[in-house]
Design a protein around this ligand. Structure first.
Ligand SMILES: *Cc1c(COP(=O)(O)O)cnc(C)c1O
Length: 419
C-alpha cells in the first residue's frame, strides 16, 4: 500500500498534488512519501518481530537519499552499506555505527580502515584474503573487527540474471562448501571476531522458495561450524523481497516472509540480521515527468517524456516494468510507447502499452521508482542530475537539488597544452 492516490481528479503524494511539486521544482523529479516509507518500515519490522533477537539494516543502495535514511533511522533501522560513500550517508543520517553492516564484494583497504575507525557494527567478508587484511588493520588499531563470512549457497533466486547473486557463478560470497575450512582459518586471525555467516541471493524475489532453501543451507552450515567448535552468534539473511510493479502482481508479503524465517531459523539461537531495500522504498516513490511531445509512430504514438534512462535506468538495464499514470487523467486511454529524450533506442519506458491518454505538456508518473531509481541516475547526454522531493502530509521539501549541466561542466577543464 502506498500514499499516491487520485484526489479530486489529481494524483497526490499524501496531501500534496503532484502538479504543485512540478510547478515548484520542475520535472523530472523523484517524489517520495514519508508516510509510505514509515508504513513499509513498520510492516517489515512487525513481520519479523517474532523471530527472536534481530536487527534490520536498510540496504542503502536502494535509496541513499539523506532524508530517506533519516526517516528510516527514526524508525529504528540500521543500514547495510556497500561503499564508504554509503557509510558516510548512513552516519550523516544519524544512524548508530554499531547498527551499520558493511557489505560489498570489493571493499578497499581504505574502506575497511574507514569502517573500523567509524566503529561499524559488522563487516560481511566476501573472500578469505579480505578477512586477513581486515584482521591486520584491526590489530593495528588495537581492536577486533566483528565479521561474518558471506556464503554463496548456489541457489537460483528465479529473478532477473542481472540482480541474481546466489548462483555459484556469481561474484558474491564464498562457495558454501568451502566455508567450513575457510572459517577455521579465519577464526584464528588476530583482530577478527568472526561471529557468523551472511547470505543474500538476489533482488526482486517473487517466490520465497529459493530464500528458504538458501536459509536451510545456511542453517546446516551453522550446525557444522558449531560442531567444529566455533561460536556463531549472528546470521545475516540479506534482503531481496520483491514488490509489485504491475497492477495485479502478487508477491510474498513481509508477513509470509517473516513466518518462513521463523519456521526455518527456529532453534538457531543467533541474532538474525535483515537487509531489506526495495521492499521498503520501492513503492514509496514515483518519478514525476512531463510530456514533451506526442510523436506519431508507425504502429502507435511515442509519448516523449522529459524523464529518461539516465534518470531511471531500470527499464534500459533489465527490462524492468514501471507503471505509468497521468497526474490529471481524463478517463480516456490509448495504446502508446513511452520514451525519454536520450539518444538511445533503449531509452524507452514502455512499448505498446495501454496508458492514460496524455498530450503535450501533461504530467505523468512512473510508479514504484523509490528503489534503484535516483540512486542509479547519471547525467548521460549532459542532462541534469534528477532532483528528489520528500512529502510529509501537506508539506514537501526538496531533499536533493537538481544538479544542472553547468555545474557539472564547471568541474571539467581543457588543459593548458590544448588551449
Ligand atoms: C542489494 C542488497 C540488498 C538489498 O536487496 P533488496 O532486493 O533491495 O532488498 C541486501 N543485501 C545486500 C548484500 C545487497 O547487495
Amino acid at each position: 500500500m502506498d500514499h499516491f492516490a487520485l484526489k479530486h481528479g489529481v494524483l497526490h503524494a499524501e496531501d500534496v498534488p503532484l502538479t504543485a511539486i512540478a510547478d515548484a521544482v520542475g520535472t523530472p523529479v523523484y517524489v517520495y512519501s514519508r508516510a509510505t516509507l514509515e508504513r513499509h518500515a513498520r510492516v517489515f519490522a512487525e513481520a519479523v518481530a517474532g523471530v527472536g533477537p534481530h536487527h534490520i539494516a536498510f540496504a542503502v543502495k536502494a535509496n541513499p537519499n539523506l532524508a530517506v535514511l533519516r526517516v528510516l533511522a527514526r524508525a529504528g533501522y540500521g543500514a547495510d552499506v556497500v561503499s564508504q560513500g554509503e557509510m558516510r550517508r548512513a552516519l550523516a543520517a544519524g544512524m548508530d555505527p554499531a547498527g551499520i553492516v558493511f557489505s560489498g564484494v570489493g571493499k578497499t583497504r581504505g574502506e575497511l580502515e574507514a569502517g573500523l575507525r567509524a566503529g561499524i557494527g559488522q563487516f560481511n567478508l566476501e573472500l578469505e584474503e579480505e578477512g586477513v587484511v581486515l584482521g591486520e588493520i584491526a590489530s593495528g588499531f588495537g581492536v577486533r573487527a566483528p565479521a561474518t563470512l558471506r556464503v554463496n549457497p548456489d541457489v537460483d533466486a528465479g529473478t532477473h540474471a542481472k540482480i541474481s547473486t546466489g548462483r555459484a557463478e556469481n561474484k558474491f560470497g564464498v562457495p558454501i562448501s568451502d566455508a567450513p575450512a575457510m572459517f577455521d582459518r579465519l577464526a584464528r586471525v588476530d583482530g577478527l571476531n568472526l561471529r557468523g555467516v551472511a547470505v543474500h541471493i538476489g533482488s526482486q524475489l517473487a517466490d520465497l522458495a529459493p530464500l528458504e532453501s538458501a536459509y536451510r543451507r545456511v542453517g546446516e552450515l551453522v550446525g557444522a561450524l558449531r560442531a567444529a567448535g566455533h561460536v556463531i552468534s549472528h546470521v545475516d539473511l540479506g534482503g531481496g523481497l520483491g514488490v509489485p510493479y504491475r497492477p495485479g502482481d502478487v508477491l510474498p508479503t513481509p508477513a509470509e516472509f517473516g513466518a518462513m524465517v521463523e519456521r526455518v531459523t527456529r532453534g538457531w539461537d543467533v541474532t538474525l540480521m535483515f537487509e531489506p531495500g526495495r521492499v521498503i522504498a520501492g513503492n514509496a516513490g514515483v518519478l514525476l515527468t512531463r510530456v514533451i511531445w506526442v510523436k506519431p509512430g508507425v504502429a502507435r504514438p511515442y509519448v516523449i517524456v522529459d524523464a529518461a534512462m539516465n534518470d531511471l535506468a531500470r527499464p534500459a538495464l533489465y527490462e524492468a516494468y514501471h507503471d505509468f499514470a497521468a497526474v490529471e487523467p481524463n478517463g480516456a486511454t490509448f495504446a502508446a510507447n513511452i520514451a525519454g529524450p536520450v539518444c538511445e533506442s533503449g531509452d524507452t519506458f514502455a512499448m505498446g502499452r495501454v496508458i492514460d491518454c496524455v498530450g503535450n505538456g501533461d504530467l505523468g508518473v512512473l510508479r514504484t521508482a523509490g528503489a534503484y531509481g535516483a540512486t542509479m541516475a547519471s547525467t548521460y547526454n549532459s542532462r541534469a542530475l534528477v532532483p528528489e522531493v520528500l512529502v510529509d502530509g501537506d508539506r514537501f521539501a526538496v531533499v536533493a537539488d537538481r544538479i544542472e549541466p553547468a555545474t557539472i561542466l564547471a568541474a571539467e577543464r581543457v588543459p593548458e597544452w590544448l588551449k
